[in-house]
Design a protein around this ligand. Structure first.
Ligand code: NAD
Length: 398
């Protein structure tokens, strides 16, 4: 029996699809069977025929779920899918496990093997081709800068014309990780005057190498694995107060700050929003149901304030460039599935440094230590041979 990878149609507000026809064709050549739910790629401009031509079977949703060895999705599938899944089937996607522990418990109770891209150990070199957070953040940062240029009421570049000279737009990017750096690069190419700010001083070099100015505050905070840590209440207030003057000097503010598994930090306070000049544009990439970086931002909505500033809740930027985002996502999915495959079967090695981190659950157990810590469960240690004799036996068997 070949490994069967199923792809489902995502929720109505999600335009991406987990596999592209190009990647399907590679998987089929490598002896995987691929099932695509009818219409799954249509919002990314991949029609059913393109998948059929690539060697996939286009089926209804029920068949795609029932016959899957592994289901690849972008976001959490709806309850009906989880209800239909059987013990031992696998699920791979952006499953939001760190912020939805009830979902994790449900997966464990159903004995589904779930792998969440949010848990990938991104600094391990073998994991880089699987890094959905980077591939999608890069798309999001690019699209955010384009959206900013399109929505701003003035030119981005300096314009010298017979009718006078237009000054370049001043763009400030708050949070200069993967998305922020891509937004900076894109805004620079569009001719704006760009500066960037991050709580991690290490990002100065990356910002300056793009030709932008790096701004700092007296608060700095590098956490584990190159990420920012959550700030204390005092640090947050201090940072907000110092950022207010930077914000007031810029026309466009693109915010991308995240702390994994936590509510995004509030960088632009209500006071800064209220004091913004008319026409100021805030693009909040962190806008989500958990909150955002800008006071008053609403996911998927543009809010015009009393002072005529605009706040765009832009948490869905990758979905707004669906074909490119899906192409990259599909390659990340392919990398994970290829990595999991041994002798024509999916093997979930809980002790592997990449797979063990990616795994939310398998066989009813919660595997990821990040999740176990969030759920107050004891840390799971890799299996080791109990006695020197057993270790020697294991070696002999190799
Ligand atoms: P992210 O999406 O978690 O956060 C975006 C940015 O927001 C980060 O730069 C973070 O420092 C910043 N931030 C968080 N709280 C902030 C605050 N209060 N004020 C200002 N900024 C704040 O981050 P990311 O883009 O996924 O990347 C984070 C880090 O991981 C970067 O250093 C990146 O280079 C690194 N990374 C490494 C690899 C790798 O080694 N292969 C891959 C991906 C990312």
């Amino acid at each position: 029996m070949p490994i069967t990878i199923s792809v489902l149609k995502e929720r109505p507000n999600e335009n991406r699809v987990a596999l592209s026809p190009t990647v399907v064709s590679k998987l089929v050549k490598s002896d995987y069977q691929v099932l695509i739910e009818q219409g799954a790629g249509s919002r990314a401009f991949y029609r059913d025929e393109a998948y059929t031509d690539a060697g996939a079977k286009v089926v209804d949703r029920e068949t795609a779920v029932k016959d899957a060895t592994i289901i690849a999705t972008i976001d959490q599938p709806d309850d009906a899918v989880i209800d239909q899944m059987q013990a031992g089937q696998a699920l791979l996607g952006l499953l939001a496990p760190l912020t939805d522990l009830d979902f994790v418990k449900k997966l464990a109770a159903k004995k589904i093997t779930a792998l969440a891209f949010e848990l990938l150990p991104r600094t391990v070199s073998r994991a880089q081709t699987m890094d959905v957070l980077s591939s999608q953040a890069s798309v999001a940062g690019y699209k955010a800068a384009l959206l900013a240029a399109d929505s701003f009421a003035r030119y981005f570049p300096m314009m010298i014309t017979a009718a006078g000279t237009a000054k370049p737009a001043k763009v400030l990017v708050l949070g200069t990780g993967v998305a922020g750096l891509q937004a900076i690069g894109t805004a620079k190419r569009l001719g704006a005057m760009v500066s960037g700010y991050d709580i991690r001083p290490a990002s100065r070099g990356e910002v300056e190498s793009l030709g932008a100015t790096f701004l700092t505050t007296s608060v700095s905070a590098t956490g584990e694995g190159g990420y920012a840590r959550q700030l204390t209440k005092e640090e947050t207030e201090q940072q907000q107060a110092e950022l207010a003057s930077f914000i007031a000097q810029n026309n466009v503010i693109i915010t991308t700050a995240q702390v994994p598994g936590r509510r995004p930090p509030l960088l632009v306070t209500q006071k800064s929003v209220d004091e913004a000049k008319p026409g100021t544009l805030f693009i909040d990439l962190a806008a989500s149901d958990l909150g955002g970086n800008v006071a008053g931002s609403q996911p998927g909505t543009t809010v015009t304030t009393d002072s005529d500033a605009q706040i765009v809740g832009a948490g869905d930027m990758a979905s707004q460039l669906p074909a490119s985002a899906s192409d990259m996502y599909a390659k990340n999915v392919q990398a994970v599935i290829t990595d999991l495959t041994t002798d024509g079967a999916l093997v979930f090695d809980v002790d592997d440094e990449v797979v063990g981190d990616l795994l939310v659950t398998t066989d009813g157990e919660i595997i990821s230590n990040r999740l176990r810590s969030a759920m107050d469960l004891p840390e799971r240690k890799p299996a080791v041979a109990d006695t020197p004799d057993e270790a020697a036996d294991d070696k002999g068997a190799e």
